[in-house]
Design a binder for this molecule. Structure first.
Ligand code: 5GP
Length: 144
């Protein structure tokens, strides 16, 4: 599949962006269609289409930078009473740009942003069953 995305152009300086942070591994900039007025995107400079392709160390850096940006949003002129992190991995999860990115979204009361869903509390045995399956998958992935 074509690895090109607009974020690769932004990282390379070929496309415009309102940059808030840059280091050798990570770039952060304003989302062009913000959910709220303080909506940032944190991206790895080396493109990875999905979490599975992302170097875990760089994944850790995305979160670290996100944490710093959350503090900066609260301390800036952005109206910010709270912050959401959001990451869409895969089409079904809502991913539109196939260059991993962490959304850092400033929140204010009544801003209209939120996750939709119908949570319910399943029986404990259902939770235990899925937990065991996920533990098994984790064990297999670390022994690979
Ligand atoms: P996704 O749905 O993949 O998690 O989010 C993609 C995000 O990238 C969207 O919030 C969208 O507004 C943002 N976006 C798409 N194209 C551009 C662009 O050219 N510049 C910037 N700054 N953001 C973009």
């Amino acid at each position: 599949m074509d690895p090109y995305t607009i974020f690769a152009d932004i990282v390379a300086g070929r496309a415009p962006a309102s940059i808030v942070y840059e280091d050798p591994d990570v770039l952060a900039f304003m989302d062009i269609r913000p959910m709220t007025p303080g909506h940032l995107l944190v991206v790895p400079k080396v493109p990875a289409r999905s979490l599975a392709e992302l170097d875990p160390e760089i994944g850790g850096k995305l979160f670290q930078v996100g944490q710093q940006l959350a503090a900066a949003l609260r301390a800036s002129e952005v109206n910010c009473d709270g912050v959401n992190f959001f990451l869409a991995d895969g089409v079904t999860a809502g991913q539109e740009v196939f260059h991993v990115h962490l959304h850092v979204i400033a929140r204010t009361p009544g801003d209209g942003f939120g996750l939709r869903g119908r949570p319910r509390t399943p029986p404990r045995e259902d939770l235990d069953y899925l937990a065991a399956s996920i533990r098994g998958a984790l064990r297999r992935s670390v022994s690979e």
